[in-house]
Design a binder for this molecule. Structure first.
Ligand code: ACO
Length: 493
């Protein structure tokens, strides 16, 4: 698949060999093919550490061995030989595609890249001043309207067909107690019938057939495989558009001839990437696609478990990913490296940061107690890209120097090593992605994992509903406001 970029394959394979030589402590449990008997016994720490929320065949993280597996395939293997589209198919369907399945899947993704209505809606918001992850979250929500039955304008009753109306009920701002909108009553036989895979929506009753839904099945099920493809394909279009709008530029139309990775970079930068850039972007997408029950995946699954839908779930995933303790760390790392200023400053900077008890961005992980395999690949890729980029060269050498300091101090003692976010920012910036779009770029990839896990969970859905241990007071007596003297202080009992 990657004949022209063998040097990159070689970098990945070298990283795989190096990772396999790392000393291995005890192995974490995987139970392939075993029937699980619920309830499962586990010790749970704060932040649900150690909690087992569900069974999954999507992916596996062995934090003690530094191993990451999607559907049985080691991440190094996928980075060396697969591509992001194939990895998405694998995550969603549970197996690698045949060549005809792969062709249809790529075609579907290329078609779904076009989200013109969503972009038009998005551009009516002040995207240039918004948090980029906030804009992306809003964009994925607007995508519902582009694709689904329920939110389609066409599915709403046609006011012209109303039997009667009561325009006087329109609310006035001065009287918020009024009814919110005017009343219309309709002929109840005027139901909307949607015929999928056609360019026409046929409507029974008195409404005329309406045109305008092209190239896509009209869906009632907003948690379907097609909705997942829609989100996987549309997220890069939205992200690139958000980047450009924030930069005072117009969005660029997707190019269906390009791969997912190449098209993303093209829509973002306006330049078709070189084969090396495309390959490295593709690997970065594969590496970020799924990662166990991390915070954003769990957030997406919690939302899905209420039988909300995949668009809302992905929105929740994006919101959770935005935080600096999760996906937001990739942006913080670049700011930190710039602040350090150069490799010779790393030692002193680190000593001061430790003295202030600061957490070092891009290090540490709830699950990995070994080197994160994603950082094992992204580090050498960052080095490769930085060879011809002076600013990135300084950032990379600073990162290497900082890594040495952190590992010498916290590696053995606290099992703290670089995580996926430590080198990804250097890679992204060499590929022309602006710093404020690093975390949205993470989301562009992770949407595949969110979708795969939500689809899997919904097959045996049970609403998530953990408990908290109540440590507050009981038996308080209500005191009228005028009788409260020491505000905020607990009453004497
Ligand atoms: N720098 C310095 N010390 C650290 C770091 C770090 N980056 N991470 C953890 N530690 C220390 C903590 O201070 C704590 O020490 P203590 O036992 O003396 O109190 C110990 O290691 C355990 O740390 P916790 O914060 O309890 O670990 P937790 O599993 O809750 O957090 C997390 C994991 C959030 C990733 C944490 O390591 C962190 O904040 N890292 C920096 C932010 C970051 O890089 N996030 C991206 C993670 S990857 C991802 O989400 C895609």
């Amino acid at each position: 698949m990657w004949e022209e970029t063998k040097e990159i394959t070689e970098i990945v394979l070298r990283a795989a060999r190096k990772a396999s030589q790392e000393p291995i402590s005890q192995s974490e449990q995987a139970l392939p093919g075993k029937a699980i008997h619920w309830p499962v016994e586990c010790a749970i720490g704060p932040g649900l550490e150690g909690a087992i929320a569900c069974e999954s065949k999507v992916g596996y993280v062995n934090g003690l061995q530094g191993q990451l597996v999607y559907r049985g395939y080691d991440i190094f293997e996928l980075c060396a030989y697969s591509c992001f589209e194939e990895t998405c198919y694998l995550l969603l369907h549970g197996r690698l595609p045949t060549s005809s399945q792969f062709g249809s899947f790529r075609k579907q993704l290329a078609e779904y890249r076009h989200v013109p209505k969503t972009l038009r809606l998005l551009m009516s918001f002040p995207v240039e001043g918004m948090n980029a992850m906030g804009a992306l979250r809003m964009g994925t929500n607007l995508m519902r309207q582009e694709f689904t039955f329920g939110d389609l304008e066409i599915a709403k009753p046609d006011i012209a067909q109303a039997h009667e109306s009561d325009e006087d009920t329109i609310s006035s701002e001065a009287d918020p107690g009024d009814k919110a909108e005017s009343f219309y009553s309709f002929d109840t036989t005027n139901t909307v019938v949607l015929t999928s895979m056609e360019e026409t929506i046929a409507v029974s009753g008195s409404r005329k057939p309406a045109k305008g839904i092209r190239h896509q099945e009209v869906l009632q099920d907003t948690s379907s495989l097609d909705s997942c493809c829609h989100l996987i394909a549309g997220a890069p279009t939205l992200t690139a558009a958000i980047a450009r709008i924030r930069n005072g530029q117009m969005p660029i139309e997707p190019d269906p001839e390009l791969s997912h990775a190449a098209n993303y970079l093209y829509m973002m930068t306006g330049r078709r990437p070189t084969e090396i850039e495309e390959r490295i972007m593709d690997i970065a997408l594969i590496l970020h696609a799924d990662h166990g029950m991390n915070a954003s995946t769990f957030a997406a699954m919690v939302v899905a478990s209420t039988l909300s839908d995949i668009y809302f779930s992905v929105g929740a995933g994006i919101a959770a990913l935005a935080g600096p303790l999760h996906g937001g760390a990739n942006e913080q790392v670049i700011h930190m490296l710039r602040q350090i200023g150069g490799p010779s400053n790393a030692k002193e900077w680190y000593a001061k940061a430790r003295a202030r008890k600061e957490k070092i961005m891009g290090f540490g992980h709830r699950v990995y107690k070994a080197y994160d395999p994603r950082a094992s690949v992204l580090g050498p890729l960052a080095r490769h890209l930085a060879l011809e980029n002076k600013e990135a060269q300084v950032l990379f050498r600073t990162a290497e120097a900082l890594e040495k300091e952190v590992i010498a101090d916290l590696g053995q003692s606290k099992s703290i090593y670089p995580n996926v976010d430590f080198y990804s920012g250097i890679v992204y910036s060499c590929l022309g992605i602006p710093t404020d779009m690093f975390t949205p770029t993470f989301a562009v990839s992770r949407v595949a994992g969110w979708c795969a896990r939500v689809l899997e969970y919904l097959k045996k859905n049970r609403i998530f509903r953990p408990r908290a241990i109540y440590t507050g007071r009981l038996g308080e007596k209500y005191i009228p406001i005028d009788a409260r003297h020491s505000a905020g202080k607990p009453s004497k009992r």
